[in-house]
Design a protein around this ligand. Structure first.
Ligand SMILES: [Cu+2]
Length: 277
């Protein structure tokens, strides 16, 4: 009764739209954050492109079939609307479904693992990271200390000075040691491709390989009390010499405070005398 091969038509429309739209989506994905600020940020942008590119044909299969059905299978004679015969399984469809979904899931599991192990991907990995960048021993350690409601930064290789703002050198591997003095916070510097939980009593390590100088935003990304929304700052990746002079300034300026600080440690515990009741 019906001479049209709907299946072939849907497949052709799907193929053509996938071939056109997938490269456009992959290209557009390069414009969404976190951008190209660090190796990790660039890696995340690449991964966004891979994931969006892979999901484009999948989403198109659904959309194309949906729109095609609306047009081709619409019964215009209301009186003739009857339920069709029930479908009792289809070996071909089932086989393709299982093969396709299994392939995609296994590929993504492999891809994600390889990508994470290559540089740590900018995420906090706890006190014993398994995904270390190859030159991790030479990384500049920077401790990020969160508390209600600000971040401070401690530089163990620069006399343990604690600063109010964050500057880090360009083209350098940084090992952020993220911790908290009170409740749970999260150190989120999206242009750096970093988001790491800041928990009291935990030394959460996140690696970042900086590139060119840039300004970045620092936000707390974990609801931590009434002023959580105001827990932000602007940081900067600066040239090596600029960092050297900045950190020297900070050391001189905060020398009296540094003397009073507890020695640099992986984590600190709040002073009970200075806690509100
Ligand atoms: Cu917070």
């Amino acid at each position: 009764m019906n001479e049209v091969n709907h299946f072939r038509r849907v497949v052709v429309i799907w193929l053509v739209s996938s071939v056109i739209l997938t490269p456009i989506v992959v290209l557009a994905a390069q414009g969404i954050p976190p951008g190209d600020g660090t190796v990790q940020a660039a890696g995340q942008t690449t991964d966004n492109g891979v994931l969006l590119g892979l999901s484009t044909p999948v989403a198109l299969a659904v959309v194309v079939f949906f729109i095609y059905s609306l047009i081709a299978f619409r019964e215009r004679d209301a009186a003739a609307v009857l339920d069709g015969p029930p479908v009792r399984g289809h070996a071909g469809v089932q086989l393709w479904w299982i093969v396709t979904t299994t392939t995609i899931v296994l590929f993504l599991a492999g891809y994600g693992t390889v990508r994470m192990l290559s540089d740590g991907a900018g995420g906090g990995q706890g006190p014993n990271p398994i995904a270390k960048p190859t030159s991790s021993a030479a990384a500049l350690p920077v401790q990020v200390i969160a508390q209600q409601w600000k971040f401070t930064f401690r530089f163990p290789t620069y006399g343990g000075v604690e600063t109010n703002h964050l500057e880090i050198p360009a083209n350098r591997l940084i090992a952020f040691h993220v911790t908290s003095l009170d409740v749970i916070h999260s150190f989120w510097a999206y242009q750096l491709g970093v988001k790491a939980d800041a928990n009291p009593g935990v030394d959460n390590i996140a690696y970042v390989q900086t590139k060119n100088p840039l300004t970045f935003n620092i936000h707390c990304a974990e609801l931590c009390g009434v002023w959580h929304g105001y827990m932000f700052d602007t940081g900067a990746v600066v040239s090596g010499p600029q960092f050297a002079s900045w950190i020297a300034q900070q050391r001189a300026r905060f020398a009296p405070a540094t003397k009073l600080l507890p020695p640099y440690a992986k984590q600190y515990f709040p002073d009970p005398q200075h806690r509100g009741g």
